[in-house]
Design a binder for this molecule. Sequence first.
Ligand code: DGL
Length: 264
Amino acid sequence: MNKPIIFLDSGLGCLPYAHFFRFRNGAEDILCLADRANFPYGPKTKEELTTLLLDLTERVVQKYEPKIFVIACNTATLSALDILQERFSSLPFVGTVPAVKPAVKASRLRSIGVLATARTIAEPLIGELRDQHGRDCRLIPRAAPELVEFVEHRYSAASLQERREMARRYTDHFRAAGADTLVLACTHFLLMRDDFIAEAGEDMAIIDSLLGVCKRIEFLLDEGRRAPAGSEGEARILVTGTGPLEPYWKHLSGAYDFTLDGNL
Ligand code: DGL
C-alpha cells in the first residue's frame, strides 16, 4: 500500500464515504479506520474526543504516513478538526460537516430536520451554517443515539422491514414537525440512506454530504497528490481495540468490497 487516504470514524460510518469515493477514484489506496475501542463518539465530551483523536491520529500518521486524512464523522469533525489540523499542519484534513447548505436550497417549506449525535447537535455550527445560507429556514435538530447503535450492531443482520420501520420513526417525526427536508448528519446513517429515501417518499428530500466530501478530497488530489493513472488501489479496514472481528463486520466489509485487515 502506498501513502493511503485515511477515512476515520468511530465505527461503520467510514464505509459509505470511502465506498463512494472509491467508486470515482479507483487508483487510490484507501484505509478505513474504525475506532471501535472508543465507540460511540456521540455521548462523549469535546475534551474527551479531542484527547482520543489526537492520540489516534498520531499513531496512524506514524504508522501509515497518509497523504490525506478524512474525518468521516460529523461528531469528530465538529469537536476536533481545527485542533488536529493545527497539530498535524503538513497533512491535509477533510472534515464531514452536516449538509445544511444543500438542504437550505432544497427546502420549499423552509423547515429542515437534522438527524445527528447529541454532540453534533450541541455544537453551534449547524445554526451558524443556517444563518450563513438560509436565515429564513427553521432547523429541527434531533439526536438519535439509538440509531447509531442500531447501525453499528444490528443493521446488516436486520430484515428490510425492521430497517424501514427504524427509518420511519424519524421521517414520521420530522414530517409531523413540518419538515420537507432531512439532513443525515451522522455518517452511520448513510448505511440506511435507501431506507430513509424509501420512507421519505416524494414529499421529503434526504440530504447528505457524500458528494461534497468526495469533491473536497478530489480537489486535494488534483493538487499533485493523485496515484499514477492505471494503478489499482487497495481498500482495507482496520479497527482499534483487541476484540475479535465478528462475522457481522466481515459481512459488511465484504458487502462494501473492502478487505478486513485486523486491529490497529
Ligand atoms: N458516525 C459518527 C458521526 O458522523 C458518530 C457515531 C458515534 O456516536 O460514534 O457523527
